[in-house]
Design a protein around this ligand. Structure first.
Ligand SMILES: [Zn+2]
Length: 235
């Protein structure tokens, strides 16, 4: 992964998902939580994301680079995992996921990106991203954030494993779907047989070569968060 060495040397932990850190209290969990809202029209087929069997999932990317490329890469990654197909779609009447620029009320600095959660009320299949935060992130961090946020739209929640892409912070070593992520994903959606068989998949593999890697053999690159003017994202 270009940038990993640099990132490791600089010992910078990008708190891309900083806002994710806040966990609901027991009291809050008693009430069904609501998603953030925006005036942008949602994709007509957002409800498809809640269906157990995904088919063609159109992703409408209404953001500039570098986010647009990050989400295109993330689409390619998820297509190596899901039995369904994600594709870029420009027509609001047939897409399911819409990527939008987040207004300050959705993306308070330093939040970088925020998805809606499938199981929460007012779900409309949106992911909001921050142009400001993108200026402080490299392409791989943008890509990893895009994979993470689409993961939420596929029903994944945060994972306490620092190696998981669904870890709530973006750290150098957060670059796999681990066994727990894959198990949880398989309970909601049909996955490619190779993914289920191997159990761990790196987001750094190309779409033609699914590199499987066991995070337990990686040397940890965690260092206490020296949060770069922390970009973070809530969800
Ligand atoms: Zn998150």
């Amino acid at each position: 992964m270009p940038g990993v060495t640099h990132k490791a040397l600089s010992a910078v932990v990008i708190a891309s998902w900083l806002g994710c850190a806040s966990q609901p209290t027991a009291g809050e969990r008693l009430e069904r939580q609501s998603n953030w809202k925006s005036p942008d029209a949602p994709c007509a087929n957002f409800a498809d994301l809640r269906k157990p069997r995904l088919r063609n999932i159109g992703v409408k990317i209404d953001v500039a680079e570098p986010w647009a490329d990050g989400f295109r890469r993330a689409i390619r990654f998820w297509n190596t995992v899901l039995a369904a197909t994600l594709h870029e779609e420009t027509d609001l009447s047939v897409c399911s996921i819409r990527i939008i620029d987040g207004a300050p009320d959705i993306l308070d600095h330093p939040v970088a990106a925020r998805s809606q959660l499938t199981d929460w009320a007012d779900f409309t299949g949106k992911i909001a991203v921050s142009r400001v935060a993108a200026k402080e992130m490299n392409n791989d961090e943008i890509y990893a954030t895009a994979v993470h946020e689409i993961g939420h739209l596929l029903g994944l929640k945060h994972n306490a494993n620092i190696h998981s892409i669904m870890y709530f912070l973006d750290v150098d070593s957060s670059d796999v779907l681990d066994r727990k992520d894959i198990l949880n994903l398989s309970r909601r959606h049909e996955l490619r047989p190779a993914i289920l068989a191997n159990g761990v998949v790196s987001i750094l593999a190309s779409s033609s070569e699914i590199a499987l890697k066991d995070p337990s053999v990686q040397s940890p690159r965690w260092s206490p968060p020296s949060r770069k003017p922390a970009h973070g994202s809530a969800l």
